[in-house]
Design a protein around this ligand. Structure first.
Ligand SMILES: [Fe+2]
Length: 472
């Protein structure tokens, strides 16, 4: 095989120049979450089955699906690649990618991330390394890592590069997760101005609106751009999820249930991990708002039962568990708990997180559904300040904080409930659910005037959708 250079100056070991160019097209599609990404890779592997980066991408994409079966497939691909790399005399960047895939397959997500960062030192325009490290930094739960990883490479990309906008949006998202909302929105909007189909960047701005309580604006933002982002892969359902969060805060529960049925679960049988996360999180939130969700958990539990052996991401497995335990799937719940306990003994990046944080949350969920609210509250409260490490976004992880608060409220420990809701509204003062819960806690202690004031604030958020309660 020979070295060919793509339009960005990346060298590829391949059989033809066309293969290198096609790989570049693959990265464009991957960055844009375009549904044809898989087809582009399939065609590339057909025309150039020995191309190391094509094989590596196949392994990466299998890992990104996040299920045990795909993960097993990735192990086989990684082994094939390791055997193949000397035979075809792969270049140093490709060898690093092969190592990263191997580490990822062995559960060493931190090491894989370090390798992608190492690649970016010498090849800052390696789109695959940029996007994958963004993904794994995100699942480290540390917004600063997500932010800084993109900050390091952004100046190395020509501003007129066709994918430069995607980087702007990734940077925006990292800034948002690091709590720098003004800058985050600035970058996200710049990205969307360049490309209205850039769903990750639309999403980054939606996160800012969520964190700053701009619920009505968030609904408009997502709805107005919907004709553009609705053509992307299943990530589009996550944008619908964000739209639902805004509706929940406004008390528009019928809208949430419609979006849930028509969109969120419309492809729930897919193997894509995020679909169940969106659905589980929404159903639990709706129930915490007192909404009758019918038998919707049952279907989710059934799908989740196919993932009880997955050991990819703690964040994701907890969402499968939410569905299993809520849907009354006792056998699946027990098998999942067994998996989580075994996983917590593994010497892997996520295994350590299950041991440190994940098991507590999992046991808290079980206690909650058994109506053992004191135990549920205690289990989750013990890890509430270290919960970030399970990854996902701040908005996504918030459901576990909410469950802790709901458990406190239901436990009858009114002093604890008041204390927890008091700290909640002090840092999440744009949430009607939080003010409503605070109001209830105050009322149980006979603090009627304060309870009425808290209820009034909840009403303002629901009715007007714009806050002005404090400086958030
Ligand atoms: Fe999100």
């Amino acid at each position: 095989m020979t070295q060919y250079t793509d339009p960005d100056g990346m060298e590829f070991t391949a059989n033809t120049q066309e293969s290198a160019d096609t790989f570049s097209t693959l990265i464009d599609a991957y960055m844009g979450f375009r549904p044809e990404t898989g087809e582009i890779l399939k065609a590339l592997l057909k025309s150039d089955p020995e191309m190391p980066m094509a094989l590596c991408a196949k392994g990466y994409f299998a890992k990104l699906i996040g299920s045990a079966s795909h993960s097993q497939r990735a192990v086989g691909i990684s082994e094939e690649l390791a055997n193949h790399i000397d035979v075809v005399d792969a270049n140093p960047r490709e060898r690093l990618h092969a190592q990263a895939l191997s580490q990822w397959c062995q559960g060493q997500l931190d090491t894989a991330t370090d390798i992608w960062e190492q690649i970016l030192l010498s090849w800052p325009m390696d789109g695959m390394a940029v996007r994958l490290s963004h993904f794994t930094h995100f699942y480290s739960g540390d917004g600063r890592r997500t932010r800084d990883s993109i900050a390091r490479v952004l100046p190395q990309w020509p501003t007129d590069h066709r994918n430069y906008g995607f980087l702007l949006g990734m940077y925006g998202f990292g800034l948002e997760e690091a709590g720098e909302y003004v800058q985050a929105e600035h970058y996200a909007r710049m990205a969307v101005d360049r490309n209205q189909k850039d769903s990750w960047s639309i999403h980054a701005a939606a996160h800012v609106m969520e964190m700053t309580g701009r619920h009505a604006e968030g609904i408009r933002w997502i709805a107005e751009l919907q004709p553009h982002w609705s053509t992307v892969n299943n990530f589009r359902f996550h944008l619908y999820w964000h739209q639902c969060l805004f509706h929940i805060e406004r008390g528009e529960f019928d809208a949430v249930l419609s979006i849930y049925d028509e969109q969120i679960v419309s492809d729930i049988e897919s193997e894509f991990y995020l679909d169940i996360c969106n659905a589980s999180s929404l159903l639990w939130r709706l129930e915490m708002c007192g909404i009758d969700i019918g038998d919707r958990w049952r279907k989710l539990a059934c799908v989740s039962n196919g993932h009880v052996n997955d050991t990819e991401l703690v964040f994701v497995s907890l969402h499968y568990l939410m569905a299993l335990v809520s849907g009354g799937h006792e056998e699946g719940t027990q098998r999942m708990m067994k998996t989580l306990r075994q996983w917590s003994t593994a010497d892997s990046t996520q295994g350590k997180i299950i041991a440190q944080v994940g098991l507590n949350i999992a046991e808290g969920l079980l206690h909650f559904r058994r109506k053992e609210y004191v135990q549920a509250m205690d289990k989750i409260q013990a890890v509430r300040y270290s919960m970030d490490s399970i990854g996902g976004s701040k908005a996504q992880r918030d459901v576990f904080q909410m469950i802790m608060l709901d458990a406190a409220q239901s436990s009858g420990d009114v002093m604890k409930a008041r204390a927890l809701f008091t700290d909640r509204v002090s840092h999440k003062d744009t949430s009607s659910w939080s003010w409503q819960g605070y109001s209830q806690a105050l009322l149980s202690l006979g603090q009627e005037a304060l309870a009425n004031e808290a209820a009034r604030k909840a009403g303002i958020i629901r009715g007007v959708g714009k806050v002005g309660i404090s400086n958030a």
